[in-house]
Ligand binder design. Structure first.
Ligand code: TYC
Length: 113
């Protein structure tokens, strides 16, 4: 696609004039901003629920899920994953909805990297 916006323009000046304009514009491929999804500790949500949630929502394997849960439990907050804005927003909403449905006070937020 880098060559798609080349422009060759020959004026209507007839053959053999050798007049041409070539312009090249750098393709704009800005990388999207990334957002950390953070899980917050509380005193009531069962550890098993947090471990289950980390596997279900964040696709962590069981060992990684336990490691993240214990980190949050011990330090108060921890990163579950890093995503583009809309994916991060969806994960936060899924965590909040699953927590609400199971009557746990678990909180989840996102912040720009
Ligand atoms: N602190 C909770 C307990 O001891 C477990 C827990 C871990 C809760 C991580 C929330 O994000 C959390 N039952």
């Amino acid at each position: 696609m880098a060559e798609d916006n080349d422009q060759d323009q020959e004026g209507g000046t007839g053959p053999g004039q050798g007049v041409g304009v070539v312009s090249k514009t750098a393709p704009k491929t800005k990388r999207p901003s990334l957002y950390k999804v953070l899980l917050l500790n509380d005193d009531y949500t069962p550890q098993e629920f947090v471990v289950w949630l980390l596997q279900a929502v964040f696709k962590k394997d069981p060992e990684e899920a336990v490691r993240i849960m214990l980190h949050v439990h011990q330090s108060g907050v921890g990163v579950c994953g890093v995503y583009t804005y809309e994916i991060a927003e969806t994960k936060v909403a899924q965590v909040m909805e699953l927590s609400r449905r199971n009557q746990h006070p678990l909180q989840c937020t996102m912040e720009r990297e």
